[in-house]
Design a protein around this ligand. Sequence first.
Ligand SMILES: [Zn+2]
Length: 392
Amino acid sequence: MKKATREQTKEHNKKLILNTVYVQGEMSRADIARLTKLTRATVSSIVSELIDDGLIDEIGQGKSLGGKRPIILKVLGNSRQLIGIDLADNEFRGGIVDLNGVIVNRVKIPVNDKSGKAALNLVYNLIDSLVATSTSPLLGIGIGTPGLIDAHEGKVRSAINLDWQDLPLRKILKDRYNLNVYMANDCQVAALGEYTFNYRGTIPNLIVVKVGRGIGAGIVINGKLYQGDDFGAGEIGHIGIKENGLQCVCGNRGCLETIVSNKAVLNYAVELAQNNPESSLHQFSNSKNRIDYNSVVKSFNAGDDEIQAFIHDIGRCIGITLANMVGILNIHNISIAGMICNFGNDLLTSIQQEINKRSMPILNRNTRVVFSNMGEDIIIRGAAALLMINEL
Ligand SMILES: [Zn+2]
């Protein structure tokens, strides 16, 4: 291996320090030296440069640990901006995000089931409009996209709904925008977002289950996204749950996705509306387009027996899958994200009960399943976090 030049070492240390302050939130120069194992002199000199670059700032004095009160440093949120992109659903979303993870501008584009080159053109439109509204230098583009993603190569190996196979998305976007691009699977990106903005520094491990057009999990272990040998870690959507269940796009039957995805919920609701005059959804039976996810949530909240049983079953199926994950990974904290959160605590109870039924009490008594509070921004902010972790 070639020895790093002095310039490379300095650049590396600069990134390390900036990233440490970003990940920890607020800290003193002494804290940085302790965590990075760099000398105090190196830390002081690089911190001065970062302050000159406008990337971090001194925000006041911390508590004294015996001696002089230390000066606290923080990454300056507005000094740079980045672009976070969410290609997970039938609406592409993007945001301009500051260094604190705050979205300062959003753009949404309906996909209308476009795929292939047409879908790629929508990604250009989305990024074009975001670039045009940025007000600080852009650090790069972070992307959460469905499918199997080779994050090292920057390729979408396979995204069935978008009909992308071996698409070198990173190279395409890098060439077009001359910005650094980082990408990962949408659910993995969601996990990174939830971890970075809700849990960083407080817990080491986290599972996030994201339900949308499909369902997948993102797994954070020791503060880092775990992507697996083929970048497919957390691909729980195609775990078989029901023997002789519904046909799935993957070729098998009864996959978790065929039971809990947004589309599965809507398909069930449409069928119920048409076949059961007693159902609160029957009012929609003449115009099936009018049933949307919120109508199903309303019926659930109004106590519709069949919808309640259906959602309870969804919770059970997610619980079965999570019980396996708890057995394999022994991770305490699990967040659920997506519109499914609108079904509220009854759904959480169904999930938790099933986990308890199917895993060792000594493992599951510390398992805590909650809904993510990040709403529809979870992937945009996660994609920004992916970029920040790599670029800062
Ligand atoms: Zn499947």
